[in-house]
Design a protein. Sequence first.
Length: 130
Amino acid sequence: MKKKILLVEDEVALLDLTALQLEERCEAEVIKATTAKEALEIITKEQIFMVITDLQLEETTGVELCKQIRDLNPVCFIIAVTGHQSLFQLIECRSSGFDDYFIKPVDFGVLASTVENSWQVIERWLSFNK
């Protein structure tokens, strides 16, 4: 299965930079969205098993987006990215269904390694359906 990642970030320059890094380091197809609404539209049309989202989006939060994605695809691996580090926010993310949590500026090497390891888990999960 080809690696396909949905990247949700409302800062276009950061969205493009992160997408480029993931494409190069993970050899993945990165689908970009700048809003939660756009991300949900993509999830309903495409088979997405990995999402990386900013927590501060213009019209909603990444936490709300995570909950909606979990309703649509409980198997999806979801990673939070934030510029505002706090223990409370980390706990909220974990209880909302996020699988991992990164602080900006993101170390792209660590993010790529996390994506690769997570993708192995996703492939193992999806093999149960065969």
